[in-house]
Design a binder for this molecule. Structure first.
Ligand SMILES: [Zn+2]
Ligand SMILES: [Zn+2]
Length: 225
């Protein structure tokens, strides 16, 4: 998937991806090959091309810290412009304004792959721009209860919080196993208290899916829905 994919093809791919994810969450059997086949027929590319396209979408989602479709491993090299387009299409489907950030992440990775980078001068006064963000109105009671249940122990690695916060309490972060942006409820049946390491890993790590599955299997109050 590179620049010569037109917007229609990308849009159809993102829509198919989101539909597969929705169906997978609903516990329905999804036949990915059927989706690829339909797209291949519609746009005159191979099924394989669309399969790779889906891996690009997984990669963009992984850079966004979002969950990706089971079995569709994130691609390693995604063109920054394509990633930017995918991110915009995802935001549009979710009815949100896109504040795209994956292109930056990709630029960093591309640079970091080069040998012997020269030391950059940086910018003493970086410019800024104002952006609109969508914030969910969460209930304090949910977070408070979950933190109390965790009692200072990360519910994922089961180790004590690595440090105390400025308030003197063990520092843990609330995580929604099914993210609110993905339609997850603000409820204790969907929330866990994690140490910062586990929290990052469950959003950005290669084993994010396995960690989520482990939480569902080991924390009785969690409900998959
Ligand atoms: Zn942990
Ligand atoms: Zn989280």
């Amino acid at each position: 998937m590179n620049d010569d994919w037109n917007n229609k093809e990308l849009k159809a791919s993102v829509e198919a991806y989101v539909e597969m994810q929705r169906n997978e969450r609903a516990g329905q059997l999804i036949v990915k090959k059927q989706y690829y086949n339909k797209l291949a027929q519609r746009f005159g590319r191979s099924e394989k091309a669309f399969e790779r396209g889906m891996q690009n979408i997984s990669y963009v989602l992984s850079l966004m810290g979002r969950s990706w479709l089971t079995g569709v491993r994130p691609a390693k090299n995604v063109d920054a412009d394509v990633a930017d387009q995918i991110e915009r299409l995802l935001a549009k489907l979710e009815g949100q304004k896109a504040v795209t950030r994956t292109a930056f992440g990709i630029a960093v990775r591309e640079e970091a792959r080069q040998k012997n980078l020269s030391k950059p001068n940086g910018n003493p006064s970086p410019k800024f721009r104002r952006v609109m963000i969508t914030q969910f109105q969460r209930e304090a009671a949910v977070e408070a209860w979950v933190l109390q249940q965790a009692a200072g122990i990360c519910e994922c690695c089961e180790k004590p919080a690595p440090f105390n916060g400025a308030d003197g309490l063990p520092y843990l972060e609330l995580h929604y196993v099914r993210q609110l942006t993905e339609g997850g409820p603000d409820a204790v049946s969907n929330a866990v208290a994690l140490c910062p390491n586990c929290h990052r890993e469950i959003h950005y790590g290669l084993n994010a899916q396995a960690l989520s599955a482990w939480l569902y299997d080991n924390i009785a109050r969690l409900i998959r829905d």
